[in-house]
Design a protein around this ligand. Structure first.
Ligand SMILES: [Fe+2]
Ligand SMILES: [Fe+2]
Length: 178
């Protein structure tokens, strides 16, 4: 059995869910694109050798992954996420590694395409299950507390901000202006 056939295809399952719809949707899309490229590469290479027409989909996939990282980083910044540095460092490593693979592909390294897919398969599995899931939990908590705050502000009783004088009695500060 050849090396690439032994590699398990990337498949999104609930074990990868971070329970934030916009992130889960992007993950599903990326997982599917990686699996498609893996299948196409394996199929093509087994018949013809290196696959030049897979350059386009590979570049699109990388753009998609890089865009997704930027999206998560925007969400982390907006939420003042405490583990932003740690999470972004993982993205940075992947960005650097992917950049190296792209360079190898451009230089005509015939094995670099599959090596890239294999790298992304493992990296996405691990990163999604831990770092992205933690981020998802933090974003959900934040969104829930924002909704709660808005709800409380909206349902405050009319006398919630009553002025209290030194003796504990309420007074109307506007009335005293006259
Ligand atoms: Fe991430
Ligand atoms: Fe992600």
């Amino acid at each position: 059995m050849s090396y690439h056939k032994a590699m398990r295809a990337l498949k999104w399952s609930t074990s990868h869910a971070v329970f934030v719809t916009e992130i889960d949707d992007e993950h599903k899309e990326i997982f599917e694109a990686v699996a498609n490229i893996q299948a196409a590469l394996a199929n093509y290479i087994s018949k013809h050798g290196p696959a030049p027409e897979l350059r386009e989909p590979t570049h699109r996939l990388i753009a998609c992954v890089v865009g997704h990282f930027a999206h998560e980083e925007r969400l982390m910044r907006a939420a003042r996420y405490v583990s932003l540095r740690w999470h972004k460092q993982q993205h940075d490593n992947a960005r650097r590694r992917v950049g190296q693979f792209v360079q190898q592909i451009e230089q005509g390294d015939t094995k670099a395409g599959l090596a890239l897919v294999e790298y992304l398969t493992g990296w996405l599995r691990d990163h999604t299950r831990l770092a992205d899931r933690m981020l998802g939990a933090a974003l959900r908590n934040r969104r829930r507390s924002l909704v709660k705050m808005t709800f409380q502000a909206g349902t405050k009783p009319a006398n919630a901000c009553a002025w209290v004088d030194a003796n504990g009695g309420t007074f109307n500060p506007l009335a005293r202006l006259h």
